[in-house]
Design a protein around this ligand. Structure first.
Ligand code: PLP
Length: 399
């Protein structure tokens, strides 16, 4: 990863910063920042409506990103890609435009005990509305999904399985390929929350045969306010619009309206055009690296960090210890995670402390909050040395 960090201007403005909050959002390379401002400087026009050349060019650039996302995901066609404002919006869209029309009283939706609130509350609220049941795949003592319990929970009343690929708290990498094929044997569609895994560029929709896949541009070097929902062909026609307005219609009268085909009918209103262009540049940036390289780099740093963290007295890692992971949560005996994060901030190290939008998981862990570090492609071994030195100082200070 030599020379990669120099391509992220934030680190030139903050040369001493150790940024370990990549699970919350990643920094942006110059190419993404330039791509967005070049669009505004040279190509700005609204899409899907203008006849003039500039508008046609904006259209072409926007739709080229849809194609780029499809290739990035190995999706069979660009029409399977719906642009949203982020993972949260993508998951809510599946809840409202797909599952709301299918879910009957007594039906079940299956999620896991390690979900982010974004992959929990939309299902919880929908189940409440429909008198359906939200069921939770439990975890084992070693922070993995309990696959035996999962197998027993699969039955025809389950109308959707929604599961995270990589936990944003524990770092657990779930066996999603196996879970999807188990769910499909019972004809249960599966939504994959790929917020934490999309950055690795290893998602393959055709190999996974997943029904829906949601992720955010901002966690994969792109801008905030843009996300993707991939939907499998057999469900696209079923997905009803839930936001109505411009850019999603076939014909409108005062009496009735007919709607465009998907994905257009699911993208009402002016899109975040520059944001989508930025996502395209982020994908180009990620595509420079050989498959698996970014993940291996982040996981190798995670492995070193974990070994060194465990040398600190009273420090406990909340996550699987045998699995290589780029996201590590930990607790230090008698020291509040907020104190840890504040102390580290004074040392120029940015980490996340809190419940990580996973309060039920915190309850299962028996804590109110954890400290979390997460690595990306621009992190270096020296970041870990700075972190460990500062944590040792915190330990001495509070001892
Ligand atoms: C696993 C997971 N799912 C969903 C989300 C929500 O993403 P966003 O806030 O970009 O919609 C996050 C963000 O932290 C996440 O880590």
């Amino acid at each position: 990863m030599d020379g990669v960090k120099a391509q992220f201007p934030l680190f030139q403005h903050h040369p001493e910063l150790v940024y370990l909050d990549n699970a919350a959002t990643t920094q942006k390379p110059q190419a993404v920042i330039d791509g967005i401002s070049t669009f505004y400087e040279k190509s700005n026009a609204n899409i899907h409506r203008g006849i003039y050349r500039l508008a046609a060019e904006a259209d072409q650039q926007y739709e080229a990103v849809r194609q780029k996302v499809a290739s990035f995901l190995h999706a069979p066609d660009a029409q399977h890609i719906i642009f949203t404002s982020g993972t949260t919006a993508s998951i809510n869209l599946v809840a409202q435009s797909f599952l709301a029309n299918r879910l009957q009283p007594g039906d079940e939706v299956l999620i896991s005990a390690m979900e982010h609130h974004a992959n929990l509350i939309p299902w919880q609220q929908l189940c409440r509305l429909k008198n359906a049941r939200l069921r939770i795949i439990p975890l084992t003592k070693d922070f993995q999904l309990d696959m035996k319990a999962f197998r027993e929970m699969l039955h025809p009343r389950v109308k959707l399985l929604a599961v995270t690929h990589i936990s944003n708290v524990l770092g657990t990498h779930n066996p999603v390929q196996e879970m999807i094929s188990m769910a499909h044997k019972q004809e249960i569609p599966v939504l994959l929350d790929a917020a934490q895994s999309a950055v690795y560029g290893e998602l393959d929709m055709q190999q996974l045969e997943v029904d829906f896949c949601a992720f955010s541009a901002h966690k994969m070097l792109g801008p905030t306010g843009v996300g993707v929902l991939y939907a499998r062909e057999k469900w696209l026609a079923e997905m009803q619009p839930v936001v109505f307005g411009g850019d999603m219609i076939k014909a409108v009268s005062f009496e009735e309206s007919t709607f465009a085909e998907a994905p257009r009918r699911l993208e009402a209103g002016t899109a975040n055009i520059a944001g989508v262009i930025g996502l395209g540049h982020a994908i180009d940036f990620l595509n420079q690296f050989e498959k698996g390289k970014i993940r291996r780099h982040a996981e190798a740093l995670g492995q070193i960090a974990q070994e060194k963290l465990l040398t600190i007295n009273g420090l406990q890692i909340m996550g699987p210890q045998e699995q290589a992971k780029a996201v590590i949560s930990f607790c230090m005996k008698s020291i509040h995670p907020h104190d840890i994060a504040t102390f580290l901030d004074d040392a120029g190290i940015a980490i996340r402390a809190g419940h990580h939008c996973a309060q039920p998981l915190m309850a299962w862990l028996g804590v109110a909050a954890t400290s979390r570090i997460s690595f990306s492609l621009y992190n270096e071994a020296s970041d870990i040395d700075r972190l460990i030195a500062a944590l040792k100082e915190i330990h001495r200070f509070f001892a």
